[in-house]
Design a protein around this ligand. Structure first.
Ligand code: PEP
Length: 274
């Protein structure tokens, strides 16, 4: 994925009719965690009505506490994929935390007649789970969104991406989602979107920003504009190729990360701003 070896290698890839590269831009607005079929349908309809073909849907959730909701896992996959087909969604970003999830996703896609595509997300807690990276790199043709590790250097995270590529999957998108610091930040994480151009300079990967997990709140600036919107603008101006962003039909009812979710009525404004 680094530029140093083979300058001729293309900087883009196509998946399920969608092109991803360092010169494209896609918004993946959706649910941080699937909670029920009704919310998935409302969310997908809103995404489709806004002219979008990509979304995010979390089935397997890596939670800090073992007592917190862990995601519906394989049980929600059939209705998530069916509804994606119904609303013309071509790519769903979905985190996996274990290799067994690959089989579960493949099986659910097969059973529902392959109505959509899945972009496998490897989250910040697993950026350096090298065995998982090797298996995903070796066993899949699906694109992979690898999030930067929140407490390691950029170089270490870029090397993690090479684990996917060296095993054969070069359809890798690199995700920035903020860094942990010990400085008592007002945001959940310290926003690192200034690194968008750095990653594009050093590698051929498209770069994703995740304003929701970076900021972690619906706090707004004195001008009334949400911090999530402000940092999205910063990432887009820096050249981001993908925006992964949490929305929810009823944020207070969300089972994961409700406080950072945008409202559905904000989706058209968000897209217009992007
Ligand atoms: C997520 O996108 O749902 C998520 C858990 O992100 P991260 O790995 O960046 O915390």
């Amino acid at each position: 994925l680094g530029r140093h070896k083979d300058e001729q290698r293309p900087t883009h890839f196509d998946y399920n009719g969608v092109r991803f590269g360092q010169d494209t831009l896609h918004v993946f607005a959706g649910l941080c965690a699937v909670d029920n079929r009704e919310h998935v349908e409302i969310m997908m309809k809103a995404v489709a009505d806004a002219g979008q073909v990509c979304t995010r849907m979390g089935a397997y959730k890596p939670r800090t506490s073992p007592y917190a909701f862990q995601g519906h896992g394989r049980n929600c996959l059939p209705y998530v994929f069916e509804l994606a087909g119904k609303y013309g969604i071509k790519v769903i970003a979905m985190e996996i935390t274990h290799e067994s999830h690959l089989d579960e996703i493949r099986e659910a896609l097969r059973q529902t007649g392959d109505p959509t595509g899945v972009m496998l997300q490897i989250g910040t807690r697993n950026t350096q789970n090298f065995e998982l990276l090797k298996i995903v790199g070796r066993q899949t043709e699906m694109p992979i969104l690898l999030k930067r590790g929140f407490g390691i250097t950029l170089d270490e995270s870029l090397n993690a991406a090479e684990y996917l590529a060296s095993e054969g999957n070069r359809k890798v998108i690199f995700g920035l989602r903020g860094m942990k610091t010990n400085m008592g930040d007002p945001h959940r994480n310290f926003v690192d979107f200034a690194h968008v151009p750095v990653v594009k300079r050093l590698t051929r990967m498209p770069v994703c920003i995740d304003p929701s997990h970076s900021v972690g709140t619906r706090a707004a600036a004195p001008d009334g504009i949400l911090d999530v919107m402000h940092v999205t603008a910063q990432g887009i101006m820096a050249g981001a190729n993908m925006v992964l962003v949490d929305f929810h039909p009823a944020p207070p009812k969300a089972l994961v990360d409700g406080p950072q979710a945008l409202l559905l009525k904000e989706l058209p404004w968000f897209l217009e701003d992007v």
